[in-house]
Design a protein around this ligand. Structure first.
Ligand SMILES: Nc1ncnc2c1ncn2[C@@H]1O[C@H](COP(=O)(O)OP(=O)(O)O)[C@@H](O)[C@H]1O
Ligand SMILES: N[C@@H](CCOP(=O)(O)O)C(=O)O
Length: 317
């Protein structure tokens, strides 16, 4: 396998995983993107420039997440390693539950796809590799495929466990709003507070809600409030993100389908487009009311569903 291109550009969306009851399975791609430009260099080594989110905090060497994912993907298809120059323009906030790590990993893998022979790194391989990095597939699947996805894995049979994902229907009126706090929390820490075992009754209850959520997101947005109830992660995570859970509670008390986005601490509101309005939603008054002017530093982002997923362009120069 040889490299066929020396200059590629990748665009990857933010993602919100879980969506309430779909823990480690459901995810939604959102209209907020990281852009990564990669040049393969003749000389070995790596140069990383980061603009926007993560500038000054993420590493600029071989340990940079995009570089690690890109190199793992080259190794996986037997392509040669190469010197690299990366320019990252990041918009997805880090450690907030909007899938920044999945965007970085999928971005690196798709950059490798652009550098090697066509067809060498298909979506199945890319998803399996990304899931190895992430430890769960629910952000990587929508980052790669776009839209709403459900991801699942079979038993591991080789060095890269098979992971599969299916695209699901999204109702045209769905208008997600992310309420992003100033502080961050790593996914690793937020997984650390989850119990190893849960009551059978909670698991059974949750399976029903997850099935209902697929119907609510696709065809029955009027069912989103009951469909976004969860018993497997949000309650356990309250201790590490009390302000986020307080906001979720306040919004839900007003009939708004609010959930913790991914492992938090962002709150995702699964709102509906307000009739006759350009970008208003049926949750705007409740969000403004719950905010009450006291949540200093929090940002409200209206993020449309990204139907496309990650895109790679090969540049000729
Ligand atoms: N674009 C990026 N470039 C390099 N590293 C990144 C990038 N995005 C995320 N990361 C790494 O992943 C961490 C955040 O991942 P994680 O804790 O899973 O939160 P998130 O919910 O944002 O995915 C960051 O602190 C950083 O180490
Ligand atoms: N299912 C995962 C999702 C983590 O998403 P992230 O955007 O916070 O990385 C979990 O809930 O741990």
């Amino acid at each position: 396998m040889r490299l066929r291109a020396a200059h590629v550009r990748v665009r990857v969306p933010a993602t919100s995983a879980n969506l309430g009851p779909g823990f480690d399975a459901l995810g939604l791609a959102l209209g907020l993107h990281d852009e990564i430009e990669v040049r393969a260099l003749g000389a070995p080594g790596v140069r990383v420039e980061v603009h926007g989110e993560g500038a000054g905090s993420v590493p600029d060497d071989e340990t940079h997440l995009v570089v690690r994912a890109l190199r793992a993907a080259l190794d996986h298809v037997g392509a040669p390693q190469t010197g690299l120059h990366l320019v990252c323009r990041n918009r997805v906030p880090h450690g907030r539950g909007l899938g920044s790590s999945a965007a970085a990993v999928v971005g690196g893998i798709l950059a490798a796809r652009g550098l090697v022979e066509p067809g060498a790194l298909d979506d199945d391989v890319a998803l399996a590799l990304a899931t190895q990095f992430e430890g769960h597939p629910d952000n990587a699947a929508p980052a790669l495929l776009g839209g709403l996805t459900v991801a699942w894995s079979d038993d591991a049979t080789g060095d890269v466990a098979p992971v599969r994902a299916a695209r699901l229907e999204v109702h045209r009126d769905l208008a997600p709003v992310a309420v992003v706090p100033p502080g961050h929390l790593s996914t690793h820490a937020a997984r650390g507070v989850l119990p190893a075992r849960v009551p059978h009754a909670d698991a059974a209850w949750q399976a029903g809600r997850a099935a209902l959520l697929v119907e609510a997101l696709g065809r029955r947005p009027d069912l989103l409030l009951p469909a976004t109830q969860d018993r497997l992660h949000q309650g356990y995570r309250r201790e590490v993100m009390p302000a986020s859970l307080a906001l979720v509670d306040a919004l839900r008390a007003q009939g708004v389908a609010a959930v913790v986005s991914g492992a938090g601490p962002t709150v995702l509101v699964l709102a509906r487009r307000a009739p006759g309005s350009q970008d208003g939603t049926d949750a705007d008054a409740a969000v403004a009311d719950a905010f009450g002017g006291v949540m200093a530093g929090w940002r409200v982002l209206r993020l449309p569903v990204d139907a496309t997923g990650a895109e790679v362009t090969t540049l000729l120069d």
